[in-house]
Write a protein that binds this ligand. Sequence first.
Ligand code: SF4
Length: 264
Amino acid sequence: MTNKTAITPNARLIEVFSAIQGEGLNVGTRQIFIRFAMCDLRCHFCDSSHTWDIPHNCRIERSPGLRDFEIHPNPVSLPMLLEWVERQNLSGLHDSISLTGGEPLLHTQFLLEFLPQVGATGLPIYLETGGHRPEQLAMILPYLDSVGMDFKLPSTSGESRWQEHAKFLQLCYDSHVEIFVKIIISQTTDSTELERSALLVADVSPTIPVFLQPVTPLEKPFAFTEIPVLAPSPHQVLNWQALMKKYIKQVRVVPQTHKMLNQL
Ligand code: SF4
């Protein structure tokens, strides 16, 4: 007799917690963050390099916002993660669930099982991503409500994913999801790359909001490269916003507000 028990994929997690979103279109809203392990990029400004590999354990907040973390071994079963999310989901407290990382799209098989079930919380699902895996995005797009995708500028991040970004943005725009683009800028940002980004977004739709996010300089122990990543000058920021506004209707400059608020 064959064993017909379905094998449910497990999650590789860094943490689950409740906090205030500090970036992009959802800034200031309260979210349940599910931070997935692993990333296939190596951005010079990365403030989450601890997510690149799968840790033995993940930490799970017991009560929303109290930082009373429990430690659990990886991987985590799907029912267990659903239970943790439900525990966080106090009535009226959260605006949405944030899938973040690392790169959540490295977990598509898990998400394909998880997202239809977590929909029972009634909370919108927001994906935060490097915006470079369109094939994986396409698989889970029906379950998403909003997407914040990065454009990785070679001069700032050391990564170059123009074609993938273009495909990714088009897929989002052609679907029902709310979409915005986030671009990290630093003193070394090349303005021709910003112009290329603006043209790429405008080619899909000039109405897609773009967020220019001045980099938060990393403290020495957290920097993984010798290349210093410095915040852009006020003059650079003004010039670059003006440059992009030639092509895009909404270009907002917003730094990482959660760092100012001492949030996670
Ligand atoms: S995509 Fe995000 S997690 Fe990955 S290296 Fe870049 S900044 Fe870090």
